[in-house]
Design a protein around this ligand. Structure first.
Ligand SMILES: [Zn+2]
Length: 161
C-alpha cells in the first residue's frame, strides 16, 4: 500500500499467481477521496499503513463512495477493457493503446465498448473485503465517533504575550 496524504489517495497493489497457467499479474487499485493522515484514527475505520518509516492512518475504502482507478497486467484486461476504462476516466496509469483487431475469424472483443474489470481485479477487491480492509458500515467514522477529538489529552496552551 502506498498512501498519498495531499491528494487523499491510497494505492493498493496486488500480485496474483496463476494456478492453471504459469502466469503472474500485477493489479493496481488506486482509491481516491480517502482520508489519509498521521493523526490517530479508530482502526475499525482506518488501516494503519507503514510507509517510508512513518505510520499513516488510511480510511478504509467504501466501494460506493470512493472512486477507484484500476489496472491489471493481464491480457484480458488489456484487450477487453483498458482503453474503454481510460476513456471513462477509471484507468490507473497512462493511456493504453487501443486494441485493433487483426483477424475477422473471432467475434470482436467488447463490441459495446463497456468499461469493466478482469477476474484479478475482482479477486483483489474480494480479498480486501475479506481481510476487513473496506468500510462496509455505510457510515463515516466521525459519525460513529463524534467525540473523537475530545479524547486527545494533549492540551496546547496559547502563547502568552
Ligand atoms: Zn487481470
Amino acid at each position: 500500500m502506498v498512501p498519498y496524504v495531499g491528494t487523499k489517495m491510497c494505492l493498493f497493489q496486488f500480485e496474483h499467481y496463476g494456478i492453471t497457467q504459469n502466469a503472474q499479474h500485477a493489479i493496481n487499485l488506486m482509491f481516491t477521496g480517502l482520508e489519509v493522515t498521521q493523526e490517530k484514527r479508530p482502526t475499525d475505520f482506518f488501516l494503519v499503513v507503514p510507509f517510508k518509516g512513518r505510520e499513516y492512518y488510511v480510511e478504509k475504502p467504501d466501494l460506493g463512495l470512493h472512486p477507484c482507478m484500476i489496472r491489471c497486467s493481464c491480457a484480458d484486461f488489456y484487450f477487453t477493457f483498458s482503453y474503454w476504462n481510460w476513456k471513462q476516466g477509471t484507468a490507473f496509469g497512462p493511456k493504453p493503446r487501443r486494441y485493433v483487431r487483426k483477424t475477422r475469424t473471432y467475434p470482436p472483443r467488447n463490441p459495446g465498448h463497456h468499461p469493466g474489470f478482469c477476474k484479478h481485479v475482482y479477486n483483489s477487491l474480494l480479498l480486501m473485503q475479506t481481510m476487513g480492509w473496506t468500510n462496509l458500515k455505510h457510515k463515516k467514522w466521525y459519525d460513529v465517533y463524534p467525540h473523537w477529538d475530545e479524547n486527545d489529552t494533549e492540551v496546547v496552551e496559547p502563547d502568552e504575550q
